[in-house]
Design a protein around this ligand. Sequence first.
Ligand code: HXC
Length: 516
Amino acid sequence: MSTKEKIEQLKQKRAKALLGGGQDKIDKIHAKGKLTARERIQSLLDPGTFEEYDAFKLHRCYNFGMEKTKFFGDGIVTGYGKINGRGVYLYAQDFSVLAGSLSGTLAEKVCKVMDLGVKNGMPVIGLNDSGGARIQEGIEALAGYTEIFTRNVLSSGVVPQISGIFGPCAGGAVYSPALTDFIIQVKIQSYMFLTGPKVVKAVLNEDVTTEALGGAVMHTTKSGVTDYAAEDEMDAIQYIKDLMSYLPQNNMEDPPYVPTDDPITRKSAVLNEIIPDNPNAAYDMKKVITETADNGIFFEIKKNFAPNIIVGFARYGGRSIGIVANQPSYYAGVLDIDSSIKGARFVRFCDCFNIPVLTFVDVPGFLPGTTQEFGGVIRNGAKLLYAYAESTVPKVTVITRKSYGGAYCAMSSKHLRTDINYSWPTGEIAVMGSKGAVEVLHAKGAKAAENPRAFLAEKEAEYNEQFSNPYCAAERGYIDDVIEPSETRYRIINAFESIQGKRDTIPMKKHGNIPL
Ligand code: HXC
């Protein structure tokens, strides 16, 4: 064969590889309103940056006549490319080849890019759309999945790992995304579950739809498995790109600095008015975040799961910052099982990747009651304490109003190795709220009083005067300064600047034992 013919042969093979399972299968995917694996990659990466690997790889299965069903690439497209000029390794399951089902060969391709990601310190992104383990390959498919899971675990905290769910993701296959840092799921067309509706019916006699059991809305509101429910595929891809902009490439780097035209000294008069005079009235903590962040931009994570706590990224003076905040407008911002887990996981992610943490506090306490206690609020609330205490990134806390009891301790208090703690003058920092405290302290007095209600009201006022303020904590140095709300942006930026060179450690150990 002449060189010219060899080049021609390459072109023909390449053209065949680009078609995956064939044009008819691609047409079927389009008819469902879905993109192909290659189209997803094209949309995600900067134009012309994709370097594909293993495009000619074939499976090695001879069971069930599989030797006659071979397609270049074997159901997955893998390689390297750039997102906004920064390198990533990625893979996209190709539904046109046997529904993107996972063969031993396919797993090898995934493992190759995962290994490259870790060695080269670059994020790994997986776009999932697959019928699960390739049934004809039996144990080899299971082994392949588990090789991927192992790499997910070993890469955790080394490079960011992001999973997009664009179609089916069932059985043990869900555990690779579950082991990654963020999951973005497309509404309607995708689902994640361990066992599908048919098995649920057979085992439990329960009727449930695919969407109700594992759709994006369920996972972003009830299970908390998914971080973002995308309206469509392009929305999911945009979310991944935006998310990446806040993250470093690996655990040895700082997150990218993005210069801002938003003056760092900008004051927000509206924050001087935001706390209602009635201590039981709500306000929107997101307003505090957007009023203080660069250009009012807040990138929220897990928006609809445990909305009593808010987590996400913003920039302050150009620096990427992870934000954790109680939300007084949802269940008074109380801490419960779900919100503790949500906050703890986010703090741990930030700590892995050198992203400073900013905490806004307005929390009445931990939620009491049998549901919470039976569900292990002790064990789960402890996760939040654990995450803050072990973290070594720069940490700044601003108490806007309530900060009571164990929730004071847990919300990045000074005692959890937080660097700078501020309070607004509206801060109420105490062991418990005045009503509960007075009922305990003055039960006997109230019984003896001529007018118990008036007596308790008087004692409550006394308690508020004495304890429900930021100055008791400031006197002890637990609060570094009481700041005017309108100046919060400037004070936060200054605080982070003053601790940007922070070096802190944890004692040498194999790893800690977070209460799981
Ligand atoms: C091999 C598969 C396959 C699989 C689908 N195909 N799933 N081949 N192994 N797991 C093939 C089909 O035979 C078909 O081949 C082609 O892919 C397209 O599938 P369709 O069914 O025509 O497509 P669609 O109607 O869109 O349905 C897609 C689907 C469905 C929902 C994914 O195929 C499905 O339910 N598949 C089985 C899912 C499953 O039970 N997987 C095993 C899970 S257990 P042809 O040649 O006709 O085009 C598991 C354990 C993992 O994954 C444990 C890890 C630790």
